[in-house]
Design a protein. Structure first.
Length: 156
């Protein structure tokens, strides 16, 4: 990650990512350290699969902690309290007609996106197409199943 590039967050997303980091440091890290120590106590480390797994888990955990710390260090919390809900932007919840089906998306920063929960990044293909649009706007996006037509129904 470019250490000078700001990472956009909603206030809610920043809190969620901060809580994840705290959980990893205060709960998961001690658990993994204990697992490494337990596996180490079983003897010869050259043929100790439990030790290898515990060390791999530790490496992955430390990598995730480092990534989150870097992300939060470069965080820029966007003011989603702006009362102008006539334009799609970060922090807005947008109801759309997606090829005949009603969908509701929350537009968030890329580091907090959770597509399975319909929280999409403002930089995603759909999020970037929606950004700056208004109720009634119609546009087409490319999806894995082919082009889809989207109509913006409401913005909150």
């Amino acid at each position: 990650m470019d250490k000078y590039k700001k990472v956009k967050f909603t206030a809610e997303g920043f809190e969620r990512v901060s809580a994840e980091l705290q959980e990893l440091i205060e709960v998961k890290r001690p658990e993994v350290i204990a697992a490494v120590a337990e596996a180490r106590s079983h003897g010869d480390l050259r043929e100790n699969a439990a030790y290898d797994v515990a060390r791999q888990d530790q490496a992955m955990l430390e990598k995730r902690i480092t990534e989150l710390e870097e992300t939060l260090r470069n965080a820029e919390i966007m003011d989603d309290g702006d009362s102008d809900t006539s334009i799609v932007g970060m922090g807005r919840t947008v109801t759309v007609d997606f090829d005949g089906d009603e969908e509701v998306y929350k537009i968030v920063g890329p580091a907090e996106a959770q597509p399975m929960k319909n929280e999409i990044s403002e930089e995603s293909p759909i999020g970037s197409q929606m950004k700056g649009r208004r109720v009634g706007d119609v546009f087409t996006v490319e999806t894995p199943g082919g082009p889809a037509q989207i109509t913006i129904k409401s913005i909150t």
